[in-house]
Design a protein around this ligand. Sequence first.
Ligand code: SF4
Length: 381
Amino acid sequence: MNQTRREFLKGSLWAFCGAHALLSFLPPWLLPTAALAEASFDPKDPHLREAYFYDRLRGGLTKCGTCPNSCLIKPGQRGKCKTRVNLSGKLYSISYGNPCTVNVDPVEKKPLLHFYPGTLAFSLAVAGCNFHCLNCQNWEISQTTPDKTQNFDLPPDQVVKLAKHYNCSSIAYTYSEATTFYEYMIDISTMAHKAGIKNIYVSNGYISPPALERLCTVIDAGSINLKSFSDDIYFKLNGGHLEPVLNTLKTLRRRGVWLEIINLVIPTYTDDLEMIKRMCGWIVKNLGPDCPLHFSRFTPKYKLAKLPPTPVEILQQAREVGIREGLHHVYIGNVPGMGEEVICSGCRKVVIKRRGYTLVSLDLENGKCRFCKQPVSGRWE
Ligand code: SF4
């Protein structure tokens, strides 16, 4: 891919600003399909795929097993994420091979700072989410349904083909909530692995244990949003619960999936330094001190548009708390020029320098600091 096109693709989220430009160079077989109408659901439609995890109950009822919401869904109805529909007692994902957002991003944008620095991630999303966060940054696609967005006709093999075409080392399931397009993600990931391409799960971590165990066989990295360290706040702010997310983090670590955690610091909701201290202590104890943590800056959005952005000083204080609790890699996100350097936990020298999403220098040799030979946790090449 030439530099001009790469620069164009970087940072342009298709759903909001890159759509028309991206259309101009996509082949005809990738042009958006018409939105599905509710009445038009047909199990033979290639965009419908029978769910991989669900139970069939009496009276045509289905119980979805994809995420901890465990929705009980009657015939003709959908689950909380609105991406799954019960048709005559069988549960279907309605967005298979039908993403609304397609883009090529630097892997640093996921954000992953310890995972193949300077590489590109072919990024895609399907509309829908199993959370309803008051602050959602991508609410235009996460809080709608896949049959209301303009979508690409993009089966798994074509995703892998495009990822190769654009020289992407990985495919990222991102922007909305990857768990809600689980079947599509699993099938792409399986094909991608066979083609030597890695997979990145960008998620709120709200996934059922069986679905996660299967996912762990085909993903390489998880960028997981730990929204807060309070079940009460999870319920009010996100419409979910804390414990299943903590279990996801432990499973990813146990299964050897590279993990980075993102915590959005929202004024008056998640900026309590005592809570942040408990969260950091839990990470050190359960995931180890080498698990990177990103404190991300909130910007006013959606139902929290009246709140101010997070003061930078609060983010710095949160970072200091994380370091005091024993974490080796604590970053500040969404603040240009701040917190983008990876520092060796041995000699404290900078081993990876970036400017924004651009890699400036890399002082690692075989995964070790070039200066003191201390191993630096991550996935490197
Ligand atoms: S994936 Fe969707 S339908 Fe399934 S349990 Fe979660 S919210 Fe409900």
